[in-house]
Design a protein around this ligand. Structure first.
Ligand code: AVI
Length: 322
């Protein structure tokens, strides 16, 4: 067996063990909850890509339009010679809009937990931008304490699109932004995408699409437990449930048990009452004052905000408060 295959196997075993621990702890808690990052195995990531194409899911389209319209403004704020660092890059589609606009870019560093995604992204970018220095970092950006060392860049420009910030609980969002501010340095800046509060029906529809893709995405968590943890979930005995809580300013997503049932997971038995839920994800929605407050809580401020005409989504330019 060659070294890289062995390293891959070891990484996979470690990932599975982390998943097993998180699931057993999460199903033993009251209320039951599994951290949302586990929604994104290969199938989950593909389903999320499909969500981004749905007519009801306006987030991706709207943010892309804002970036298209304002990439030059972002580039002029950042100035030439920046290093672009993307947190959770996936396929880096949106970052291309910035790569095309930024002048004399010193480096592009996509950070992603998926080695496969990163390698594919880096290869495509090197092909399409032959003079760009691409330095991928395979890491969990939520637990990152250093960035690639390079010289000669003028500013570290972070990029955290997609309103992924909304999937963090407020204290975690503050901690993430605070860590990011330190990573980017005193002259650094962060381009942050955030979904805005709006008509609750519009929000509800974005997480309850008529094609059932979002439901398949949430239910995939059960499928993943069945495959990786020898669990016995009956996918027809649970349903995806998503609703907007105006009081909390967030979409809440659960898996709801449709009957009283027992399920075995990694050799342990869990009993579900009819109607009992497993929390799968929050998706916080913001107003502009809320984004400002969040930035301030992490030692940053909003230097500029760009939105679409219907004010569905905001892209903000955050800088460190001296
Ligand atoms: C990745 N994240 C920003 C998505 C969201 O809208 O909160 C995840 C998602 N979950 C269901 N649909 C989309």
């Amino acid at each position: 067996m060659n070294g890289s295959v062995l390293a891959f196997d070891q990484a996979e075993t470690a990932d599975r063990e982390e998943f097993r621990r998180a699931v057993l702890a999460g199903l033993s808690r009251t209320p039951r909850a599994i951290p949302p990052k586990f929604l994104y195995d290969a199938r989950g990531s593909a389903l999320f890509d499909a969500i981004c194409e749905l007519p009801e899911y306006y987030l991706t389209r709207t943010e892309t339009e804002i970036l298209k319209r304002h990439a030059a403004d972002i580039a002029s704020r950042a100035g030439p010679g920046s290093a672009l660092i993307e947190f959770g890059s996936g396929s880096s589609v949106k970052s291309r809009l910035l790569l095309d606009a930024l002048q004399d870019l010193a480096l592009y560093s996509p950070i992603d937990i998926s080695r496969q995604h990163l390698d594919q992204t880096a290869a495509r970018l090197r092909r399409d931008y032959p003079s760009l220095k691409v330095e991928p970092v395979c890491a969990d950006y939520m637990a990152l304490d250093a960035l690639p060392q390079i010289n000669g860049y003028k500013r570290r420009l972070g990029f955290f699109p997609g309103s992924t910030i909304g999937n963090l609980e407020p204290a975690d969002a503050t901690a993430f932004l605070g860590r990011t501010r330190r990573l980017l340095g005193k002259d650094g800046a962060l381009v942050l995408g955030a979904d805005l509060k709006k008509d609750p029906q519009r929000l509800h529809d974005a997480y309850n699409d008529s094609a059932g893709i979002t439901a398949a995405f949430t239910l995939n968590l059960l499928r993943r437990m069945n495959r990786e943890l020898h669990a016995t979930f009956d996918l027809d005995a649970f349903m995806h449930e998503a609703f907007y809580s105006a009081a909390e300013g967030r979409i809440e997503i659960y898996l709801r048990s449709l009957r009283s049932q027992s399920v075995t997971v990694a050799g342990r038995t869990f009993n579900f009452a009819e109607g009992e839920r497993i929390h799968a994800e929050y998706s916080y929605k913001f107003d502009l004052a809320g984004i400002e407050a969040l930035a301030r809580s992490a030692g940053m401020r909003v230097a500029e905000t760009w939105t679409d005409p219907a004010r569905l989504f905001a892209v903000t330019y955050l800088i460190a408060v001296p």
